[in-house]
Design a protein around this ligand. Sequence first.
Ligand SMILES: C[S@@+](CC[C@H](N)C(=O)[O-])C[C@H]1O[C@@H](n2cnc3c(N)ncnc32)[C@H](O)[C@@H]1O
Length: 395
Amino acid sequence: MVKEKGQEFPMVAKTLFGLEDILADELVKLGAKGIEKHNRAVSFVGDQGFMYKANLNLRTALRILKPIKSFIVKDEQWLYREIQKINWSDYMDVTDTLAIDCVLSSDNFTHSHFLAQKAKDAIVDQFRDAFGVRPSVELDRPTLRINLHIHQDTCTVSLDSSGESLHKRGYRDQTNLAPINEVLACGLVMLSGWDKSSVFIDPMCGSATILIEAALLAGNIPPGYYREEFGFQRWKDYDEDLWETIYTASLKKINNNPVQLIGVELSRNVARKARENIKLAKLEDVITVHHTSFQEFDPPADPGVLVMNPPYGERMHQEEDINGLYQSIGDTLKKKYEGYSAWIISSNREAFKYVGLRPSKKIPVFNGQLECRFMRFDMYEGSKKLSKRKENNQE
Ligand SMILES: C[S@@+](CC[C@H](N)C(=O)[O-])C[C@H]1O[C@@H](n2cnc3c(N)ncnc32)[C@H](O)[C@@H]1O
């Protein structure tokens, strides 16, 4: 890899649908140049140090890609030839391993897996022709992860500087709970506009992902703080001193501002797992998890922000169960959360109606494959009286 210190190059940060604006803001604050928003991605310009900094600090990015070549592609053979034109010895050795991810948004091609195979053949054949041996494929922890993005007839080849997706923060051990993606969890906290100092409550906290992300945000703790490794640390041009400098400077910005984060969880087992995750993240001093129901729990009177990811009902059998749950969420908010700003994410539009409050904001997001709304309900001081009056009028 030909390298000049401080030389700038374009990069692309991938994200989830609906988080592009937040990611662009993060990039502005981090000091990126040439920021442009796209669908589920933001492009920008920076140098090698900035690439390290972005991987460590961006909360709503999934991957940071470094494009190395773009070309028109007509068919698989064309792809093979163009990939072979890249001198892969600049990026890896024959003893290294590789993996290729292929993302398609094209009417001309249908099989991303087949295209990834073709690109892999082009690379390993180049090494075999030069050295008589070929590098191996390793899907989990390759030396070099390569990303092909084919949009219509344009293929962009990038090096994936993140390696494992950045949502894998490294603080979560309890994976059997189908928790929310960490990048989405953090995006929700940021979209809620929480001021990072008032009370923050997740009253159906599950494995505590939203609470942990909120605590990291408030403490200015880099989301990559717990990770063992980033992809760029296996690259040929990895600059360990530069990484140490960036890492140390980022950790210096961690603060100890007092903040109160509260979780509530109905299941004893899940509450225990939430506490284990919080301990792994060393956040026991700022997050408390109560094993009780949202309906029973009494929040601090000093209002703050509530962000909640209730069950959506895909696994519930009776329709009235889920509608009844959402109705009791609305009732509890009205009764106990005066002055709070309450945010709920759900894919269940029907059940949302049973909350019985008018949302002041509706933000479309995806939780995995599920199209969701992230809705804000302002629990004005008057909303309790107003709903009481409505009830009386209905009687
Ligand atoms: C969709 S999961 C939340 C997942 C969470 N965001 C995470 O990342 O792990 C919903 C959680 O709400 C809990 N729950 C359901 N009803 C509840 C209630 N009435 N009070 C408190 N928690 C409840 C469930 O036990 C479950 O853990």
